[in-house]
Design a protein. Structure first.
Length: 187
């Protein structure tokens, strides 16, 4: 196992991949409203419709990390009428860009507290680190650094939690560690 020195942490506990899902879902709802003059949120059974739509949006968000376009499709959202919205990666990027900018502000806050030449690698973890726009923005922010994507982003979070749990078990100052890590959101 290698050595990792955490130079700084910061985050927004209210920011994450679900924000991206919600933006994509809102876009699809608006496209359906424009085409059919129907607000899916106001339909009988809307909670079930929106839940199915959100699942479809999350699936296509993941697909867009590999593909240039995806289609969000859900059957029978208004009577027998389905929703089917083509999403390009450019459309998706425009929907989530404001959140990426928030992430970059968080990165800048951390960089203001640490010595950037001390950063040798940037390790991306968490499901949203698969999104090409996230990777592109970080490459721009760290042009001379290696962006590491060799880990499964979901496993990296779990491994980090396991390592932290092991450290907490070995120390008596676990409250400090828990509080410090509680502030961190992986962006």
């Amino acid at each position: 196992m290698g050595y990792v020195n955490i130079l700084g942490i910061d985050g927004d506990p209210n920011l994450g991949g679900e924000d991206f899902d919600n933006e994509l879902m809102n876009f699809c709802i608006e496209e359906f409203r424009k085409e059919h003059l129907v607000d899916l949120r106001a339909q009988p059974g809307s909670s079930n419709i929106l839940r199915r739509l959100k699942v479809a949006c999350e699936k296509q968000k993941r697909f867009l990390s590999e593909a240039k376009k995806a289609k969000v499709s859900v059957d029978a959202v208004h009577g027998k009428l389905p929703i089917s919205v083509l999403i390009t990666r450019d459309i998706f990027n425009s929907l989530i860009e404001k959140y990426i900018m928030i992430c970059l502000k968080i990165v800048d806050r951390v960089l203001a507290k640490v010595n950037p030449p001390g950063i040798h690698e940037v390790v991306l973890v968490g499901g949203s680190s698969r999104i090409p726009l996230v990777q592109e923005m970080l490459k721009k922010r760290f042009p001379q650094k290696v962006i590491i994507r060799k880990f499964n982003p979901d496993e990296a979070v779990a491994r980090g939690a396991a390592i932290l749990g092991s450290l907490i078990e070995e120390t008596s100052s676990s409250m400090t560690l828990i509080q410090e890590m509680g502030q961190m959101v992986l962006t």
